[in-house]
Each structure stands twice: as C-alpha cells, then as structure tokens.
Design a protein around this ligand. Structure first.
Ligand SMILES: CC(C)(COP(=O)(O)OP(=O)(O)OC[C@H]1O[C@@H](n2cnc3c(N)ncnc32)[C@H](O)[C@@H]1OP(=O)(O)O)[C@@H](O)C(=O)NCCC(=O)NCCS
Length: 142
C-alpha cells in the first residue's frame, strides 16, 4: 500500500471510492470537481489517498480552522477493509495537520457507524456525549 497526496486528476477515482463506500457525497456542492479543485489548491497537503498499485483503496480529507483540525470523509474500499488502511490514513491525516501546527484533532461520526467509532477509539479519540453538533446550511446541495 502506498499513501500519497491526491491531485485533481484523482477526482473521478475519489468519487468512485466514496460511492463504493456508500458515503453520501454532494456532487453539486462541496464535492463538485470545481470545489474540490479549489480546496486542493488552498490545501494541497490535505487530500490523502491510499493506493494498491494504481487503484485508490482509501481516502481521507484533513481540514483545519487554525485552532482545531478535522479528519473528514475517511473511506476504504469494501474489498480492502480490515487491513489497517483507515488506521494508516488517520495517522497520515494527523501528520499533515501537525505540520500546520494543529494539535487537536476532531471527527464527526454518526452514532450508528460502529466501525468508524471503533476505529476512532482505537486511534485514541475520546467521545464527548455531552456535545451536540449543530449546522445551518445555505441549501441542501452544499
Ligand atoms: C470505517 C472504515 C473507514 C474503516 O476502514 P478499515 O480500513 O477497514 O479500518 P482498519 O482496518 O484500519 O481498522 C482499524 C480499526 O477500526 C475498527 N474497525 C474497522 N472496521 C470495523 C468493523 N467493521 N467493525 C468493528 N470495528 C471495526 C477496529 O477497531 C479496527 O482495529 P482492529 O482490526 O485491530 O480491530 C471503513 O469501514 C469504511 O470505509 N466505512 C464506510 C465509510 C464510512 O463510514 N466512513 C466513516 C465516515 S465518518
């Protein structure tokens, strides 16, 4: 397995992987090619893929607001699960954020996503049951 930064040339594979992993994407919003390209230009270190030869088998997107960092949309292809790919991507995402001075890492995980929750706990993340996640959106497609 090889871990490397993604470029916009990887976009079609990225969408295929999220689709295979059944992660909801927003193709007209923040997951559009134009939007991902813009994010990649702003943060070229933060789109990280795992590859088996040329095949993308996993992905994570890091982000930060200067105070805290986030690991977003981690996904591993169904045929490659249970082999430590997500663990390697988590380490790579945290490393990329540390290079930007970030020392607190956050994850948003649906309560029903047991695999993701176990992964997070194994990687040292602590669940805060007293915090609610609130958002306000300028549209459903964003
Ligand atoms: C969650 C996901 C990324 C895990 O990827 P993975 O490469 O299979 O995970 P790893 O092999 O690195 O597993 C690391 C740890 O996570 C936990 N874990 C992973 N899959 C699990 C499962 N199906 N059930 C229970 N625990 C699981 C285990 O603790 C595991 O360590 P262990 O094998 O020593 O027990 C993968 O199942 C996935 O892509 N799911 C669909 C997309 C998704 O829900 N993404 C998360 C969005 S928040």
């Amino acid at each position: 397995m090889k871990i490397r930064k993604l470029t916009i040339a990887d976009y079609p594979e990225l969408i295929r992987l999220w689709t295979r992993a059944k992660l909801p994407a927003k193709p007209k919003g923040r997951d559009s090619r134009a939007h991902i390209a813009k994010e990649m230009r702003q943060n070229p270190d933060f789109f990280i893929g795992a590859f088996d030869k040329d095949l993308m088998i996993g992905v994570v997107i890091a982000s930060h607001d200067g105070r805290k960092g986030w690991l977003n949309r981690i996904a591993v292809g169904p045929d490659y699960r249970g082999k430590g790919v997500a663990q390697a991507l988590t380490v790579a995402g945290e490393k990329a954020l540390r290079k930007h001075g970030i020392k607190i890492f956050g994850l948003l995980i649906h309560e029903y996503n047991r695999a993701s929750l176990k992964l997070a706990k194994k990687m040292g993340y602590v669940v805060h049951t007293d915090i609610l996640y609130l958002t306000k959106r300028d549209g459903d497609h964003i």
